[in-house]
Write a protein that binds this ligand. Sequence first.
Ligand code: SOE
Length: 387
Amino acid sequence: MTDRGRAGTLGVALIGHAFMGAIHSQAWRTAHRFFDVPLTPRLVVLGGRDERRTREAADRFGWADVETDWRAVVERDDVDLVDICTPGDTHAPIALAALAAGKHVLCEKPLANTVAEAERMAEAAERARAHGVRSMVAFNYRRVPALALARRLVATGRLGQVRHVRAVYLQDWLSDAAAPMTWRLRREQAGSGALGDLGAHIVDAAQFVTGAHITGVSGFTETFVPRRRGQDGAEEDVTVDDCAVFTARLSSGAVATFEATRYALGRKNGLRIEVNGSRGSLAFDFESMNELWFHDGDEPSATAGFRRIVVTEPEHPYLAAWWPPGHGLGYEHTFTHEIADLLTAIGAGEDPEPGFTDGLRVQRVLDAVQRSAADNARWTPVPFAAG
Ligand code: SOE
């Protein structure tokens, strides 16, 4: 079908109600109230395995109904879009079933746990697209106004030829060796550790800001605490990486370095990126997310220097929809922007970005890092997925 949104509304199902489920709920409730979007979401159903907890979450976050089996969710006639906020091992089956049922899909990152799954998802998305069905991967940091501004500066030539990208994503919630086991540390559920969870974001951010793609990598990973205790006190092997460090080349000729870790004690959500070009440089740190630092190399050297742009003006991406100048945004707004962009694309019959092919490209980079790490940091080309 072409327009799944009926009479100006879009029936939404959300699967998963932990951290990402909560923040997506907030975004689904808010986007159409602040942005002029062509479709109003109906919060039809929340999916979760435990009925009581799912009902509590549905009442709290404003979902009309609950289902305990995702298969029932994707079959419902009142659902036009399925939003997947579950651990990575369930992304592929849910997305494939939803696309086959003709539902639009929004899927949390990383797109899948393996390249093979991501390929199947990208192929299914491409087939469904012929019937007007849209898919998007939830790389929310693209929707930080300062990072969208950074991309604009690069795209309009203010940085000239990009030579360096330096990207890190630093968290510290595993620094304590006594921190409990979670699904994020099991390979069969999460696919990888810091690499897929955090590294996926900085790979996407680097490619988004520069408009180039990664052509090859060399890297290694480390697991600092190989066993952890679960809530029940039982010890279990940690089967994913705790950190990943890699270098990369970009299709534009730039060189890049990346570091993703959950052991950077004192760093809470330090997604940072610095880009150096022939005409200018920029630097961003999510812990000061309303700021972008810009050095204009065309200015006289006596007065040139990095200056702080406070990204809160109506001229900045997304800001005109919010508060009067200067009042600033937070983490949740990036998801609201994501939903607003998705509703706009679906309403216009266009492909939202990033699509599943973009998600597959990131997956191939992550996979190349893992293969490189398994082979003593050997240089590993990244095949480019046509899209
Ligand atoms: C991990 O701690 C995590 O919640 C990621 O899964 C999110 O993608 C990131 O935005 C914040 O950190």
